[in-house]
Design a protein around this ligand. Sequence first.
Ligand code: AMP
Length: 409
Amino acid sequence: MAKRNNISAEIKDILGKLTIEDLPIAGKRVFIRADFNVPLDDNMVITDDSRIRSTLPTINYAIDEGAKVIIASHLGRPKGKAEPRFSLAPVVKRLHRLLNKEVLFAPDCVGPQAENLVSRMKEGDVLLLENLRFHPEEEKNDEAFSRSLAKLADYYVNDAFGAAHRAHASTVGIAKLLPAAAGFLMKKEIEYLKGAVENPVRPFVAILGGAKVSGKIGVLENLADKVDKVIVGGGMAYTFIKAMGYEIGDSLVEPEMMDLAKNIMDKLRKSNVKFYLPVDSVIAQSLEQGAETKIVTTQEIPKGWRALDIGPASVRLFSEALQNAKTIIWNGPMGVFEIDAFSRGTFAVARVVADAYALTIVGGGDTDYAVHRAGVSDAITFISTGGGASLQLLEGKDLPGISALTDRK
Ligand code: AMP
């Protein structure tokens, strides 16, 4: 199906910052901050390399331009200590295979050994630095540590969208010390997530799900006066349903969020934004495999039972609400999709979103995983690589890693 894949042409420099194409990097040392925070199994084998793949356009561009390419990333939470299980060594091998060229590895991201390796690099060489978070100074955005990183390069490029909501030495500190630009992935993330919200083709529909209202409240508040429709599913829906006066049995509820939920529903009604909640649910008494399940209307969730997925009538309702959408943003699953018995609603919505003749944007790790498991990821216009960062952008907040880049004059 034809998709509106190129919104960048419609959006005039939404980023407002230098990009890698603005930098004269030929023959120069370029420090690329990537997000190689990949999942590893017990044998230190990478189980999903999509984060590495998504930065390849930036790395390949720098190689083709004849830069000396120095790449840095974090991996996991080593809490400021060098721990072998958080080493980036497995990424060296994968990067070598993906780039089809040798990748050098510096066993520490700063210091004489890294400096020495950099001094011997030739044009087009690639060097990966060991995990930035082996140094506690990284997360503290320490100035001296930022200077040690900056010493390695002439230019700085940030392509780590997934870490852009953190003000660390490698995302903010170093950007103040070198000419600093966005990589291609960073630019694309901003164009889609910010561009779609600021300049949507209408009707614009937001689908929100996941466990808690508190996790998505900022997004709802920011999108409330920008969207035409809001669809809420997942655990968070039941706080809204309870706030409307219905009994929800033992379903997930955040009592302290009920007033806020009511206010948001009022606000949406006043601004004529259509608001959709599940009209039926798949319920069970426990999450255990094989537990008895039933489908009931929202009005009829019995005591002792909890709603763990949206039901088939809700899928039809949401699907109809999405029929005329031209822009769809989706963040958060419709149910406990990790368990087969409660996964149908999420997968059905994934298929509806994928089939929509609309610009479709998916954000958040769970939703990304759900569209992959539903087998429709190729039909989604854009899947964000950043969980926290994409939520923060959708909340209308600035990301420190973007703000720190050099302004485009
Ligand atoms: P979040 O990180 O807030 O997007 O939440 C994602 C999690 O919400 C997933 O792990 C789901 O299992 C969970 N979830 C979705 N729907 C429900 C529900 N009805 N009850 C409890 N948990 C849910």
